[in-house]
Structures are given as structure tokens and as C-alpha cells.
Design a binder for this molecule. Structure first.
Ligand code: PLP
Length: 391
């Protein structure tokens, strides 16, 4: 049997956007309140409070009305000036990409780049900062999703804090799926969103902002104001008694509200544990099947996405389309430099459940077979079950 490309798949196992939790889908159908209705203003304030609780912040976060790329670009535009020397840390496509944004706002850009199956070494950051005491801002992507690898962002943040530089963190695809919070890594701007591990649709950015980052942005005459790219415009919007600069995405706020309720009620530690277990079972299964993962070491393999290294001779796009056509399972491709070299199996939000590792492994085995690569599907399933049963 074949699943048609034009019909929705059976299971979406991507690394974002992901399928939303049923409670989130129901929340998207709530009444669309007028943004200046006092009920909406009180609701908005509550959602910001829940975001603050989930991010374990001592300062009030900002919700920007666009998917997290808006937040990342806004962070670069607001915090980085021509007086800054920026150190960009690139261990993958997103980390590298942030450097291009940074370069729009300063001419003094330094970079540490690793292989895209590896992670940034905090010691290398320490040495770079020592060699270039003028570095005033450091940027890092926590989980470089197109590689499925994790940077040690808490250790890097400690090094940056010792130096006194500002830190911008892209935690879009890690927050909510593993232990990571803005203050644990001393981030001055920490960007995440609802559309990865929180299991809500794309459309908003959640940004943690330190007091000194607010001060620096306010001192920057070039920081966007009266603009969709502005962070400053939204500083007071959390308050039920303050106006919104623009109309917020009411339905997306409803979805985020439900996603935060689910996350906080289940308990973040329990949510992280099922992400980690699903990834661990998937890795064990892939290896038992005779395949390999992209990440150079298990310690840096993401708990929210497993990147499968594509064997030589296999067309990655064909492999993914076989998985979809034969099993109705959708995976993510690589991006940029990793495109064609790996396939990403997402374990985010509602699909961060160990049983989905079994579905993923079955689809991988069948699609590999369709591409002419024989694997041991039985061994893969047994290995995944053994991991699940141990925990
Ligand atoms: C998903 C993601 C973003 C947001 O970008 P998209 O347009 O949703 O792909 C930013 N950074 C990282 C690391 C992400 O995984």
C-alpha cells in the first residue's frame, strides 16, 4: 500500500514544527477575544506569567508575535551595535546562520566553528575570550537542530559570564525537551518558541531577557522601535493595564497557554525524561540495525532529535519519501550543509514517547530496504524495547 502525498501522514516525527497536543488543538478553537477586551489583557498577563514559570526566570519574559526566527533576528538587531565585537559559535547551520545576522549589525565578528557533527568546546571559548578581551557579545545555538547535536551551553555561559560579555542563546529546539533555562546558562537574550518541544503550532517567540540586556537595548539608538522586529516595543505589553504595540496573535496565545499548562502540570522533569528515553531507544535501535547516528559522540546527541547518518549510495530524499509513502511516517531532512547526509527523527512534545521510537525504527528499516539497504529490523526493535524496559 502507498500513502498519497496529498493526504496528511499518519505520524509526524519531525524536528519542528511538530504535531500539536490535542489540548493545544482544542485551545486554538477558543473564542477569539478582542485584544483590548479586559478579559484578553488579563489572559495575556497570565500567559506571560506561565511562560516565566516554565522558563524559571526571575525577570519577565517577552512574547513576540512571530515564529522564533523573528525573535532571533530581533535579538541581533536590538542588542548588537557597531561598537560591539561579537563572537559567534557555530557547530551547525543555525549557529552559522546567526553569524550572518550578527554581521548586519557589527563589522567586528569573530567565529569559532566546529565540524557539524561536533560541539563547541567551552575551553576554546575561554581561550578566544582571553586572546580577544574586546569581545562584548557571544552567540550560541544550544541544539543545532540540522545536526541533532547539543552544545554545552551552561558551561559556555559560565565562561562568558566570567568574561563579562553578553550572551545570546538560541534554545528554540531544546527548551521544554531537556533541562535548559536562561538563567542556568547566564543568557542575556534566550530565544525559544512553542513549535518544538512544547507541542504547539509555530507563530510566537518566547524570549528571556536580562535586566542588563534591556538597558543595553535602550541605549542602542538603532534598536528596532515601532517595528515588527522590535523587542523594546513589547517591554510593558505583559501588563493588563498597558497597550499592545500591535495586535497579538490571539489564537496562537490560546495555543501557547494550553501548551504551558500541559508542560507545568506533567512536570518539566518528567517531560525531559520521556524526550531523553525516546532518543536513547531510537539511537540503540538504529545501531542494532547496523546504521549509525550523525553526532560524533552520544554525550552530544540531542534528546529531542536523532540525526541518522545516511549510508553511502542512499538518496536521502528518496529514503524519506519511501518512509512516508509506505508507512505514513514523516521525518525531517538535513538543512544546508547537512542536507542529503542525514535524516532527522524528531522526539518533540507529543512524539517524545518511547513507543514512537519503535514506529520510527520500523519505518527506517522498511524505507532502507526500499532503497536497497538491508538492515536487521528485529534487532532494532529488540534493542529499543530493552532500553525502554530498563527505565
Ligand atoms: C526551529 C528552529 C528555529 C526556528 O526556525 P524555523 O523557521 O522554525 O525552522 C530556530 N533555531 C533552531 C535551533 C531551530 O531548531
Amino acid at each position: 500500500m502507498r500513502y498519497a502525498d496529498t493526504a496528511p501522514p499518519v505520524i509526524t516525527l519531525t524536528s519542528g514544527p511538530v504535531n500539536a497536543y490535542p489540548d493545544v488543538l482544542r485551545a486554538l478553537g477558543r473564542t477569539v477575544l478582542y485584544d483590548y477586551d479586559p478579559a484578553f489583557q488579563a489572559f495575556y498577563e497570565k500567559v506571560v506569567e506561565k511562560t516565566q514559570a516554565a522558563m524559571r526566570l526571575s525577570t519577565r519574559p517577552v512574547i513576540l508575535q512571530g515564529e522564533p526566527v523573528l525573535g532571533l533576528e530581533a535579538a541581533a538587531a536590538s542588542l548588537i551595535t557597531h561598537e560591539d565585537t561579537v563572537l559567534n559559535l557555530a557547530s551547525g547551520v543555525y549557529g552559522k546562520g546567526f553569524g550572518y545576522w550578527a554581521a548586519r549589525y557589527t563589522k567586528k565578528l569573530l567565529e569559532i566553528e566546529t565540524a557539524y557533527n561536533d560541539a563547541i568546546d567551552p575551553q576554546a571559548v575561554r581561550e578566544m575570550l582571553k586572546k580577544h578581551p574586546e569581545i562584548s557579545i557571544v552567540c550560541v545555538c544550544h541544539h543545532d537542530t540540522p545536526s541533532g547535536t547539543i552544545n554545552p551551553v551552561d558551561e559556555i555561559g559560565k565562561v562568558v559570564a566570567d568574561h563579562g560579555a553578553y550572551l545570546i542563546v538560541d534554545a528554540v529546539s531544546s527548551f521544554g525537551g531537556m533541562r535548559t533555562h536562561p538563567e542556568d546558562c547566564h543568557a542575556d537574550i534566550y530565544i525559544t518558541g512553542p513549535n518544538k518541544c512544547l507541542g504547539a503550532p509555530p507563530g510566537l517567540t518566547m524570549a528571556g531577557i536580562s535586566d542588563r540586556a534591556w538597558e543595553k537595548m535602550k541605549r542602542n539608538p538603532a534598536a528596532p522601535r515601532a517595528s515588527m522586529l522590535s523587542i523594546l516595543d513589547w517591554e510593558h505589553a505583559w501588563s493588563r493595564s498597558e497597550p499592545f504595540p500591535f495586535t497579538p496573535s490571539v489564537a496562537e496565545m490560546n495555543g501557547l497557554d494550553a501548551a504551558l499548562d500541559l508542560y507545568l502540570a506533567e512536570g518539566p522533569e518528567a517531560v525531559w525524561a520521556r524526550h531523553a528515553l525516546t532518543a536513547k531507544a531510537t539511537r540503540a535501535g538504529l545501531r542494532a540495525m547496523g546504521l549509525d547516528i550523525w553526532a560524533a559522540r552520544d554525550e552530544i546527541a540531542s534528546p529531542t532529535t536523532t540525526a541518522l547518518k545516511i549510508p553511502g549510495g542512499v538518496d536521502e530524499a528518496q529514503f524519506r519519501s519511501e518512509a512516508r509513502a509506505r508507512y505514513g511516517v514523516v521525518f525531517s531532512s538535513g538543512r544546508g550543509e547537512t542536507l542529503g547526509k542525514l535524516t532527522r527523527i524528531g522526539h518533540m512534545g507529543p512524539t517524545a514517547q518511547p513507543i514512537y521510537s519503535i514506529a520510527a525504527l520500523a519505518a527506517v528499516a522498511g524505507a532502507m530496504s526500499a532503497c536497497g539497504v538491508k538492515t536487521d529490523a528485529g534487532a532494532a526493535i529488540a534493542a529499543a524495547i530493552a532500553i525502554i524496559d530498563q527505565n
